[in-house]
Design a protein around this ligand. Structure first.
Ligand SMILES: NC(=O)C1=CN([C@@H]2O[C@H](COP(=O)(O)OP(=O)(O)OC[C@H]3O[C@@H](n4cnc5c(N)ncnc54)[C@H](O)[C@@H]3O)[C@@H](O)[C@H]2O)C=CC1
Ligand SMILES: NCC(=O)COP(=O)(O)O
Length: 326
């Protein structure tokens, strides 16, 4: 069967549009995608890169490099590379919401997104902590944010939260939900029959037996014991500073970190180009680039499209797997 993916470039002043133009040069990937975007933004990015771009209607067949199917979402103000305009926020989010809606109703099999500029969207009057949270709210489902590259998958217990709020957000119920969704996704989407998951502590040295914090003793350990009794293979709570040592990582299928900057720097420090951002728990597969809007290099042609290419390939694989299982 033919897999159809909705592709949303994200912030028009960032590198998202030019990555979509580069994607259009790869017929093996572009043939899977339909962009939800402003045609002028994509044509401007193609012109800056001096690459061919022909925008087709949403049912057209891709026959050569440089073609991309498009569903139009026009923005009110012209794009200047590197300078997000909050006035465009409603249009940017309208494209995202429409693409997600088309995934929910089965018109599309999965969603691939470029980077969104969180501050510009909030400055435009839309309360937005992240795409992961918005998609989960729209779908009425729970979610887990997982970033993955070959050899390492990191899922997060809390996502876009001020550090001050993290400890209060970690409850036994929340941890149980995150671990259950992660284990289910490892089985269903990644085909790992009996996944082994490492769970990090919250405090230095995983609390040092309660001398450096009590969340491990009061919340994490009891939750892990409860879930082990239900058959999950969980190791932890592990001290975060040593859990990522290569000989330890080799024994896990995924690491669950308590907060954003506990887990993601480890993954991103080995290169932005190999990793993708996966939303687990939605009714459809969603995969995003792992990097941000890179306003500092937008329009220069220096942005590598590898994470977007990997996101499309990964989303197509998940979508095909789900269609086969259905
Ligand atoms: N998937 C998403 O929607 C994400 C959005 N963001 C948003 O992006 C904005 C900027 O975030 P930053 O922390 O500055 O991170 P960033 O990822 O945009 O930039 C960090 C550094 O990596 C470079 N870089 C990023 N992507 C690259 C690529 N494809 N090729 C070459 N170099 C690349 C940038 O030039 C910069 O030097 C923020 O508003 C943030 O919220 C951040 C992460 C993910
Ligand atoms: N650090 C990941 C990130 O900011 C992207 O998350 P989301 O906007 O896709 O939820």
């Amino acid at each position: 069967m033919t897999i159809r993916l909705a592709l949303v470039p994200g912030e028009p002043a960032g590198i998202g549009p030019e990555l979509c133009v580069r994607l259009a040069q790869r017929v093996d990937l572009s043939t899977l995608c339909t962009a939800y975007a402003d045609p002028d933004v994509l044509m401007q990015a193609a012109s800056a890169l001096r690459l061919p771009l022909e925008l087709l209607d949403s049912e057209a067949e891709i026959t050569r490099p440089g073609q991309l199917r498009l569903i139009e979402y026009r923005l009110p103000t012209p794009t200047r590379a590197g300078q997000p305009d909050p006035a465009n926020a409603p249009g940017i989010i309208a494209a995202l919401d429409a693409a997600a809606h088309d995934c929910l109703d089965g018109r599309m099999h999965g969603l691939v997104t470029g980077p969104f500029h969180k501050a510009a969207i909030n400055d435009g009057g839309i309360a937005y902590t992240g795409t992961t949270e918005r998609l989960a709210q729209q779908a009425g489902s729970d979610m887990v944010m997982m970033l993955a590259r070959p050899g390492l998958r990191v899922a997060l217990v809390t996502t876009h939260l001020p550090l001050r709020a993290v400890a209060d957000a970690i409850s036994g119920e929340q941890l149980e939900r995150i671990l259950t969704i992660t284990a289910d996704a490892l089985r269903r989407d990644f085909g790992i029959a009996s996944p082994r998951i490492a769970v990090l502590g919250l405090n230095p040295h995983a609390g040092e037996d309660g001398h450096l914090g009590r969340e491990e003793l009061d919340i994490i350990i009891p939750t892990l014991e409860r879930l082990r009794a239900r058959g999950l293979h969980l190791d932890g709570p592990l001290p975060a500073d040593t859990a990522f040592l290569p000989h330890k990582l080799a024994t896990f299928d995924a690491v669950v970190a308590m907060y954003h900057d506990q887990g993601l720097p480890v993954l991103k420090s080995t290169g932005l180009e190999h990793a993708v951002n996966i939303t687990l728990g939605l009714p459809y597969p969603r995969v995003a680039v792992d990097h941000g809007t890179a306003l500092d290099i937008a329009g220069t042609g220096r942005a590598t499209p590898d994470s977007l290419f990997a996101a499309v390939a990964q989303c197509a694989q998940f979508a095909a797997q789900r269609e086969q299982d259905a």
